[in-house]
Design a binder for this molecule. Structure first.
Ligand code: GLU
Length: 495
């Protein structure tokens, strides 16, 4: 791999160029993140460019949803452009390329609106009738108002007697080459006068002085066309680095139609991923740090990121019917949750509690957060882990849960009776409750674990709950006593 790709001499200028045709795809988010890391690692500039020239497919709503996703990632950019505001430049450059004889008008209606003709029509490379039309005839037909697309005149062996080989060194996939003869005469302007992706992208990349194009592997073969455009513009081609595709466990490229919401960034946000965990996870899809660590903060990622660390093989996002998210993503999220200062975590949890209609005060959330943070993997898990702190009525639970191991209903009732007396008389702080309840258990001749189970189930409505004394303190004396009385009523029929 050439050094120049990963160690630029001048600070690099990179761009993320989404087309607002849907939502922010996880693969696009990873492209954004890798560009961002490359820029920040090398003290360069991050450009955001909305590739919105496809008026039929672009929508405002989609642009908004892409920005929503990007803002959630909380990675900034330095410059922002919209291609639709730069159409005059695209057309001007297309005309300049035409004036140099490097493009020709194509009046063929069937092809007139195609961006390129490489696909469905098989081996279509160019239409000689158009490519070889005299300038006079072309000018005459254009002057008569006949619509035309402008096509690049790709250099062909038969024209010059020498077959030209196009080549470049990709920062990830290494040396690439292809005979120009195999590249079709792609469109620069469509017959409606709009620039194609190829033209607009290269004109803007040249004009914005983009030094490194880091994008999905699905654009690798477009690069040959782009090299020709840069050449026609008289601009030096940037360095290219293509990123391996993200695929589903079945090997298919991740798509919303096939794989559903797991391909959309906002799904992760709404499920309660922390952006830093999601960024960490995406980085490990197709990139490995030299130190082989997996849990990495943004600073560490920025420090470690190089294009040499990007692999060539497709990266699998693992999910299935039972596991809607990749287990590594979930594990990383739990780690990042634990690494977060409590006040920040509680701020992050608030919207999830709001959404569950608990409406707790920020103070209450701050008190609950340290009790549940080891118990949640996704932020939304906090709703089920902490609901009993916020509801006025516990959800129904099986009264049998109140009965301790090797015990019976009578024992549970004795514990609850004693607990009421203790809780009514003890200072409501952790240490006082700890001493008083342990003392009471001993007096009843029970082990602490046995005695605490009925109390825990009575106040939380479940066995699996945060540490008891802290929980009692946060719930407060009145709630605890009321819930213990209700538990006694539930137990009475079993006693
Ligand atoms: N707008 C293009 C896309 O979303 C950008 C590709 C590129 O980076 O050149 O695929």
């Amino acid at each position: 791999m050439p050094d120049s790709v990963s160690a630029p001499l001048a600070p690099p200028r990179v761009r993320f160029a989404p087309s607002p045709t849907g939502f922010l795809h996880v693969g696009s988010a990873r492209t954004f993140i890798f560009n961002w890391l490359y820029a920040r690692h090398n003290h360069g500039t991050m450009v955001l460019r909305l590739d919105d020239t496809d008026v039929e497919r672009n929508t405002e709503a989609s642009a908004r949803s892409i920005f929503d996703g990007l803002r959630w990632l909380a990675l900034d950019w330095d410059e922002e452009y919209k291609q639709s505001e730069r159409l005059a430049l695209h057309r001007h450059q297309a005309e300049a390329i035409f004036a140099k004889g490097l493009a020709y008008r194509d009046f063929t209606p069937a092809h007139a609106t195609d961006d390129d003709n490489s696909s469905a029509q098989g081996a279509w490379l160019f239409n000689p009738g158009m490519r070889e039309m005299s300038r006079e005839e072309s000018d005459r037909r254009a002057a008569s108002g006949e619509p035309f697309a402008l096509r690049y005149r790709v250099p062909r062996g038969p024209d010059s007697g020498v077959a030209r080989i196009l080549h470049f060194v990709d920062g990830v996939y290494g040396a690439q080459s292809r005979p120009a003869d195999e590249v079709e005469d792609f469109a620069l302007l469509r017959s409606d006068g709009m620039p194609t992706y190829h033209l607009a992208s290269c004109v803007d990349d040249a004009d914005l002085r983009i030094s490194h194009i880091i994008r999905g592997q699905d654009h690798l073969t477009n690069t040959y066309k782009h090299l020709l455009i840069f050449e026609a513009l008289g601009a030096a081609a940037p360095q290219f680095a293509h990123l391996p595709l993200l695929v589903a466990p079945d090997g298919a490229k991740l798509s919303k139609r096939k794989h559903g919401p797991v391909v959309s960034v906002t799904t992760y946000r709404d499920a309660g991923f922390l952006p830093q965990a999601f960024v960490n996870f995406l980085c490990l899809l197709g990139w490995s740090p030299k130190n082989d660590r997996e849990f990495l903060t943004l600073d560490e990622l920025t420090d470690l990121f190089t294009l040499e660390g990007v692999n060539r093989s497709n990266a699998v996002v693992n999910f299935n019917e039972e596991l809607p998210f990749d287990e590594k993503a979930v594990w990383l999220n739990a780690e990042h949750i634990r690494a977060l200062p409590v006040d920040e975590l509680s701020r992050r949890l608030e919207p999830f509690f709001e959404q569950a209609a608990f409406h707790p005060t920020p103070e209450k959330v701050a008190a609950v957060t340290p009790l549940i943070r080891e118990r949640i993997k996704l932020l939304r898990d906090a709703v089920s882990a902490a609901d009993f702190f916020f509801v006025s009525e516990l959800a129904p639970y099986d009264p049998a849960e109140l009965i301790p191991q090797k015990g019976d209903a009578a024992m549970a009732l004795r514990v609850l009776e004693t607990a009421q007396q203790v809780l009514a008389a003890t200072n409501f702080d952790h240490d006082s409750l700890d001493a008083a309840l342990r003392g009471a258990a001993a007096q009843l001749g029970l082990k602490a674990g046995q005695a605490f189970q009925p109390i825990r189930v009575a106040v939380c409505g479940r066995k699996n709950a945060p540490p008891l004394f802290e929980t009692l303190v946060v719930l407060g004396r009145d709630t605890c006593l009321a819930r213990i009385r209700q538990a006694e009523e539930k137990l009475a029929p079993l006693g």
